[in-house]
Design a protein around this ligand. Structure first.
Ligand code: C2O
Ligand code: CU
Length: 462
């Protein structure tokens, strides 16, 4: 256990199965937060860090007294955190030790199509694939996860997700909270059976356990000083609206694609699946001994509002700060093309569509000229309260213009790769593909929806 009380991820020894099943359900805030372990390169050249990971079955200690079978990158739940630097290449050799095909996608990464994790580019059981990530984009909180055809919902649910933190030496000069005061938090829901095993079903409404970095409602010992928290909504379908229990403000410094131009003080922040924000929380405002809960106040359907709890310890010197100017502004210029994208579910067939069609990897759904700015009007054509959608684009970042004709939340004005599309509503985004030619996916990131067809592909042409 480190000085901050965050134990490093690992699998220890526990009793198995039935004897343990009699134990009481876990008490909230009774176990420390785990910080996923950092992946270690197997080789480093002057330009490149090389990693080697095995995708395999393993057991994880998620609920007290149980061993839960999971799928994990290197057998970990969540996977190891890859720490990359802007301008330094990363190559990850992903070995498939499962009995089914896998595909790995770096979410938010600007990557050539052949390394982007297209569902056609499978890694069959027993094989490996090398993914090349150039890291030529602003520093940001990214994540990697499974993208196998019709399988991403199930594979991510069982654990195939991990952080990929892209750092920039330049960013260190800003003096934001760093090192052990910079903590990634993967928030998600899950459904467990009585024997403590994860149970996946498509579009399951019973995912009633909240996990942070793979543990239910953990606590974190913090010093009375500033921390950077990197919040990722890693749920298949659940929205989070996150606030502190005492109503204290959080300072948003980054969204999906990197630092905002300026910090933003907010009372709370809403994340749909796959969205990220980095916030700075000043625990120095509290008396040592104070306990502060991170609450989820989104429609919780009877699920606990308590996500995790911070236990504020002693005051320590804190030279970090949040400067008034952070990243570069992001403006894609004026658009020459306008398109509509329609997200829709057919309640009779249970199929999910984009523009009336379910995903077909042999079909190109739109052709886009590289370097041309477009406006997409993205519509959620469903009206039932439970049919929220969002839209994620591979291969680029976009600008969010408005939602239902009105302004969007402050953190949504930065570089984005995923945006919420409310029931019966629409968002307008400005899109430009500047990098590679070839095919990139776009899809709803409610993974049960994308796995059931709400996915399409664009071909970027010269
Ligand atoms: Cu986070 Cu196409 O995915
Ligand atoms: Cu959807």
């Amino acid at each position: 256990v480190s000085a901050t009380g965050a134990a490093v991820h690992g699998v220890g020894v526990v009793r198995r199965g039935t004897a343990a099943a009699a134990e009481a359900p876990s008490k909230p805030f009774s176990r420390p937060l785990l910080v996923p372990k950092t992946a270690v390169p197997v080789h480093q050249s002057s330009t490149t860090d090389y990693y080697d990971m095995a995708i395999r079955e393993a057991s994880a200690l998620i609920l007290p007294g149980f061993r839960t079978w999971i799928f994990g990158y290197d057998g970990l739940f969540p996977g190891p955190t890859v720490r990359a630097s802007v301008g330094r290449r990363v190559v990850i050799r992903q070995r498939n030790r499962l009995r089914r095909n896998v595909v790995v996608h770096l979410h938010g990464g600007l990557v050539a199509p052949e390394y982007d994790g297209h569902p056609a580019d499978i890694i069959p059981p027993g094989y490996y694939r090398d993914y090349v990530y150039p890291n030529r984009q602003p520093s940001a909180t990214l994540w990697y996860h499974d993208h196998s055809h019709r399988g991403e919902a199930e594979m991510v649910f069982y654990g195939l997700a991990g952080f990929y933190l892209l750092e920039d030496p330049w960013e260190r000069g800003l003096n934001l909270p760093a090192g052990r005061y910079d903590i990634p938090l993967m928030l998600r829901d899950a459904h467990f059976d009585k024997r403590g095993q994860l149970v996946f079903a498509m579009d399951d409404r019973r995912r009633d356990t909240l996990l942070v970095n793979g543990r239910p409602q953990p606590f974190l010992d913090v010093y009375a000083r500033r921390y950077r928290l990197r919040l990722l909504n890693g749920s298949n379908q659940r929205n989070f609206t996150l606030r502190l229990s005492d109503g204290a403000p959080m300072t948003v410094i980054a969204s999906d694609g990197g630092l905002l131009p300026a910090p933003l003080r907010v009372a709370g922040v809403t994340l749909s699946p796959a969205e990220r924000v980095d916030v700075v929380v000043d625990f120095g405002r509290y008396e040592p001994g104070t306990r502060v809960v991170l609450l989820n106040t989104a429609g919780t359907n009877g699920v606990t509002r308590n996500v995790m709890r911070f236990h504020v310890g002693r005051r320590v010197s804190d030279s970090s700060r949040v400067p008034d100017r952070l990243g570069q502004g992001f403006d894609l210029g004026s658009a020459t093309v306008v398109r509509d994208v329609n997200l829709h579910m057919d309640p009779r067939s249970g199929q999910f569509f984009i523009d009336g069609r379910a995903f077909d990897m042999k079909r190109v759904d739109m052709k886009i000229r590289r370097g041309e700015t477009e406006i997409w009007r993205v519509h959620n054509r469903d009206r039932l309260p439970e049919t929220m959608h969002n839209l994620h684009l591979h291969g680029t970042h976009f600008q969010v213009l408005d939602r239902n004709g009105g302004p969007v939340a402050g953190h949504e004005t930065g570089r984005k790769d995923t945006v919420a599309v409310p029931v019966g509503g629409h968002v307008r985004i400005k899109v430009r593909y500047d990098r590679h030619l070839g095919r990139y996916l776009y899809h709803c990131h409610l993974l049960d929806h994308s796995s059931m067809g709400m996915m399409a592909q664009a071909e970027i042409v010269g």
